[in-house]
Design a binder for this molecule. Sequence first.
Ligand code: PRT
Ligand code: ZN
Length: 210
Amino acid sequence: MKTLKIAIQKSGRLNEKSVELLKNCGLSFENYKSSLISPVSNFPLEILFLRDDDIPEYVQDGIADLGIVGENVINETEVDVAYLQMLGFGKCSLKLAIPNQCSIKTLSDLNGKSIATSYPVILRKFLEKNFVQADIRTISGSVEISPGLGLSDAICDLVSTGGTLKSNGLTPFADVLHSEAVMIGRKGIENDPLIIELIQRVQSVLRAKE
Ligand code: PRT
Ligand code: ZN
């Protein structure tokens, strides 16, 4: 019998909830932090523990059959995968934010300004859709300190509680994308009986939480 592979985040904000979901689906596996791959003893499935950024491409390219990852990462990597199930955790928004008391009031005020982000692809599409020409500065982390350092006029970053923006003297300005964790699959895998079985288990776990 073939064995499916599911990619989940190795460590970070989605790891614990992803592991919990799979365990609640009745899957039995060891959650060793040191191993990259863990077999499930009671279902033909292996769990791959990866950086979240790699998950969409692994699924698109068929290295993994399934994955659990944030929609923000899926959209940024521009992959072609099937959305199998929204999971309701890891909720956040990608927002534009500006320094408190700055003169930017409308989206068109961003013309000619610089915006720091780790999501250049999503931001570029958003700006194009809104006819804004701004300079996108791609940085990999600590985006929120960029205006204070004089590196950019605004930022575009993920927000959940809003605490990080607040403590850096920034005000949310516009929503670019709402995101939550989603179970994705390789295109065409939707009708595989094992996938259908697994998704049914996921759905009953989610229903029990309502
Ligand atoms: O190591 P790896 O590459 O796997 O992980 P990572 O560091 O890239 O991602 P990680 O673990 O930080 O986040 C994984 C996923 O969780 C993201 O891709 C989102 O889908 C989701 N998520 C939900 C968030 C947040 N909420 C969130 N608040 N990801 C990041 N943040 C950060 C945000 O970037 C900012 O720095 O938290 C800060 C803001 O939080 P608040 O609560 O102060 O608003
Ligand atoms: Zn990442």
